[in-house]
Design a protein around this ligand. Sequence first.
Ligand SMILES: [Zn+2]
Ligand SMILES: [Zn+2]
Length: 633
Amino acid sequence: MIISSVPAITLNLQHHSSNPHSTSNDPYLRRNVISLLLKNRRNPKHVQSIHGHAIKTGTSQDPFVAFELLRQYCKLNSIDHATKLFYYTQNPNVYLYTSLIDGFVSFGSYTDAINLFGQMVRGHILADRYVVTAVLKACVLQRALGSGREVHGLVLKYGLSLDRSIALKLVELYGKCGILEDAWKVFDEIPERDVVASTVMMGSCFDCGMVEEAVGVFNEMRSRDTVCWTLMIDGLVRNGEFNRGLEMFREMQVKGVRPNEITFVCVLSACSQLGALELGRWIHAYLGKCDIAVNWFVAGALINMYSRCGDIDEAHVLFDGVKVKDVSTYNSMIGGLAMHGKSIEAVQLFREMLTQRVRPNGITFVGVLNACSHGGLVDLGCEIFQSMKRVHGIEPAVEHYGCLVDILGRVGRLEEAFDFVLRMGGQADDKMLCSLLSACKIHRNIEIGEKVANLLSEHSGIDSGSFIMLSNFYASLGRWNNAAEVREKMEKRGMIKEPGCSSIEVNNAIHEFLSGDLRHPERKKIYKKLEELNYLAKLEGYSPATEVALHDIDDEQKELALAVHSERLAICYGLISTRPFTTLRVGKNLRICADCHAMIKLIAKITRRKIVVRDRNRFHHFENGDCSCDDYW
Ligand SMILES: [Zn+2]
Ligand SMILES: [Zn+2]
């Protein structure tokens, strides 16, 4: 104990030291210890010293002292000390249990929290509403449906089911666990349905992906506050309804409800997903008008928005302007640079972060490893991967292994990459297998490609994107039977190919196009432009790569199917509706195909435009016949 460093405490406690093993209920001693604690609570060492003295003076078993000590340990994140104190306390009461359960929850040890509650129940200590709310919090965060149901049973047994905060936690729990029916049941029994209760129910609907139900709850509410509006926008954005999220934001303004910083972060996220740069800029300006400070939280969202909308330079300006940068600020910027293929800059920023003594986390490494992968920085990537555990104490997760496999695959070190996949056993996910398969296709390695394809087709969680990848792989080898088999399997499982969809922002409106889309009011002009570009591109030596399309349609049709991939329509619309030399920014939900990539390079050259395309994986900056990805994506 470093009691010598806190002389004031020593002085106060000295003349009360008595037999260390005795317990004391002296109210004077108790008051003394508690007031010392309150005065010295910010320093963990002081709290430990006071704890030591409480033991010596025999006050540590006093319920009030134990409670206060435990509370302070939890506040200081010293969960180990808190746990020790708890287990040294004889007959801990319900308050002490509540305090430690709360501590476990804020420390992220949800299972420990749930187990401790079980221990309390088995010890026949009567639960009150506070401890039940605390354990339900843990159940919600852990998505522990089974334990949650048991707690619900106890709630009914103890007659606590009318308690509002318990009922709300139960609604949240069932929503998070996807049992909307049960969430409704609890919600229906809440006597007073105010804005808070309805907001929780709305959140549960969104958690279960039931957007229309959530909107229904929202529409029935008589009054709506900022929290409620924000949750509505967030729910829409989380469920992929970005445009509706933005509409809601406009409606919120019309109704005169003041947005807070979380509202702005949600709206900025919608803009990033849609690639709505102009709107994003406007929201950035509007932030200032609402007197919302650009702290690290908002700055991260703005950096994400600018980089995901294709304006990496503006993202950098913002990043430089943030005075106190934390790990998430760095993560946003590193991730943005990686997406834009600015690999060296991303790695440099990572190094700067380390010299600034900002501790990286798992997300940081996904960003910097992605950068290495996009830039073909193999040795550096491997080195950084190795350093994760050795230097930074972070255990690599599946996504980090995925990056490594990607890095090795890109440069054709396919054996090593496959070795990694094998070593991971069942943990290798289909994203990882797909990236390796794509590498095998590019490097024309049939042997490993086949092995990967086998693993992929046996994979249980395989999605439609992976099926398409697999079918394309076989098609590229001319193995039509296998390709057809894969598609058959896909049909049997009732999966449909996710339709390609591209969007472009023109005059603050988002225009969306599907493959071969004929719905746009200016379709005639768009297709005329497309025809003209096809003609000019052929003069430049472009010949459509028909291999990427499916084999069972004839060549002319194939050419047609390629020619109307959604990104081309979006680009043509951009060309006819903006001034010459304006940069076009297009977002696409799938990976751009090789043929479109070749074609857009030529379009950029012919029209002398900069064209920025964001596909599922990264950004392509097309300019003067070249792409920033150096044809590797
Ligand atoms: Zn295409
Ligand atoms: Zn590219």
